[in-house]
Structure formats: structure tokens, C-alpha cells
Write a protein that binds this ligand. Structure first.
Ligand SMILES: CC(C)(COP(=O)(O)OP(=O)(O)OC[C@H]1O[C@@H](n2cnc3c(N)ncnc32)[C@H](O)[C@@H]1OP(=O)(O)O)[C@@H](O)C(=O)NCCC(=O)NCCS
Length: 201
């Protein structure tokens, strides 16, 4: 996907016209924070996306439940007709850079959102969903008054993907998992929120 336009964010949810009522009540597309009840669906996507590839994954099932219990408001799920197709899980962090403790801790007094994981269900990849979901999530974070920064760690091959979403490279991440090394990236949530406030919209 070349760049992310504002359109997907602004596009209204498709509503059935009076003459074409849907036969079921599940919305075609829904974005909402996750809850601990979503943990198994989250982990199913993680299992395929990460564990089957490298044997590791950003969050194990108990960690998914842990963060969705502590800070569900820092997660976002994309559901198609009730089925989870993509998600983001974050928690608060209180340092400028990520350390191994960031993998398991939620620091509610911090000003930085640590984005633990973005993943899209295999059958929905390469359709713009990962970009759109992250874009919506960043817009949402800009509405949270205490959030100033977002940090994430990713493998080198995904650096261009996150750059397109406004993330800047901070350098090698202090966290390694087995043989895997990561690049740490930063997004200035506060800077964007200030620019928006100053530009009057
Ligand atoms: C990475 C991921 C979240 C991207 O979501 P997506 O919906 O497939 O991505 P989009 O359709 O929005 O964007 C496509 C872009 O993603 C990038 N991308 C996606 N997967 C990639 C991969 N495995 N390697 C390199 N770039 C990749 C490419 O830049 C691609 O751009 P292109 O179409 O110009 O080639 C998704 O592929 C996924 O869940 N992968 C497995 C889990 C994962 O690696 N998560 C990231 C953890 S940091």
C-alpha cells in the first residue's frame, strides 16, 4: 500500500439501506478496544503470524490476557462480521527507550505507549488493513491527553512499513529474543496533537 489516506478513517461504516436489510446483526466492520474475552482470538492470529514462523511471539496467551485486563483502552481490534481480523495491543511505558522490562510491565504513570504487537490475520494481509488499523490507533492516541510518544520494536524488514506510518528510527533495540534483533522506532504523538491544536482543527 503506498501511503495511508484519510479516507479509510473518515469512511462511514456501511449501513443497510431500508430496502436492503441485513439478515444478521453483526456489523460488517467494527473497530473497538479488545477485552480479555478476545485473548484467544488474538493468540490464534499470533500463533500463525509469529510462532509458526520463528517459534516466538510478542505476547503469549497469559500476557495477552494480562495487558487486556490492565489496559484494554490501549488495544484496538478490527472485526469483520464479528470475527477478529487484525489487532494492536499496547501498554504504558515510562522511559525514553524500551528495555526488557517493557515486555511485561504496564506503567500507568508513563507518557509513552509501547506498541507490543500489530498483526493481521493471514487471509486479510496485503489489503491495507495493517496500515489502516495502525493509522486509526495513532489518531486515537492523539486524543488521549497523557500520551506523548509511541514506541515499538520491529524486525528490519518492516522498518519501511512503519516509516510510511510516520515512525522514525531510534536505532537498535536493547531487547533481543533468541537470535532475533530489532530496530526501535518512535512516533511523536504529542507533536502531532500540538500541530493539530495550533492549526485550529
Ligand atoms: C506486518 C503486517 C502487520 C502488515 O499488515 P498488512 O495489512 O499485511 O499490510 P498493509 O497491506 O497495510 O501494507 C502492506 C505493506 O506492508 C509491508 N509488509 C507487510 N508484510 C511484510 C513483510 N513480511 N516484510 C516486509 N514488508 C512487509 C510492505 O511494505 C507492504 O507494502 P507493499 O504492498 O508496497 O509491498 C502483517 O503483514 C502481519 O500481521 N504480519 C505478521 C505479523 C507481523 O510481522 N507483525 C509486525 C510485528 S512488528
Amino acid at each position: 500500500m503506498s501511503g495511508v489516506s484519510a479516507m479509510p478513517f473518515l469512511k462511514p461504516m456501511s449501513l443497510p439501506s431500508p430496502g436492503r436489510q441485513r439478515r444478521h446483526t453483526l456489523p460488517a466492520s467494527e473497530f473497538r478496544p479488545l477485552s480479555p474475552q478476545d485473548a484467544v482470538s488474538v493468540f490464534e492470529i499470533e500463533r500463525e503470524a509469529f510462532i509458526s514462523v520463528s517459534g516466538e511471539c510478542p505476547l503469549h496467551l497469559d500476557e495477552v490476557r494480562h495487558f487486556l485486563t490492565l489496559c484494554p483502552e490501549l488495544s484496538l481490534g478490527w472485526f469483520e462480521e464479528g470475527r477478529l481480523v487484525a489487532f494492536i495491543i499496547g501498554s504504558m511505558w515510562d522511559q525514553d527507550r524500551l528495555t526488557p522490562e517493557a515486555l511485561t510491565l504496564h506503567k500507568p504513570k508513563g507518557r509513552t505507549v509501547h506498541i507490543h504487537v500489530l498483526a493481521v490475520h493471514r487471509t486479510f494481509r496485503q489489503q491495507g488493513k495493517g496500515s489502516i488499523l495502525m493509522w486509526r490507533y495513532l489518531q486515537y492516541l492523539r486524543c488521549l491527553p497523557k500520551v506523548r510518544h509511541a514506541l515499538l520494536m520491529c524486525e528490519e524488514l518492516l522498518v519501511p512499513f512503519y516509516k510510511k506510518l510516520g515512525f522514525k528510527i531510534l536505532g537498535p533495540c536493547a531487547i533481543t529474543v533468541g537470535n532475533l534483533t530489532f530496530t526501535e522506532m518512535h512516533n511523536a504523538i504529542w507533536g502531532h496533537a500540538l500541530m493539530r491544536r495550533n492549526s485550529g482543527y
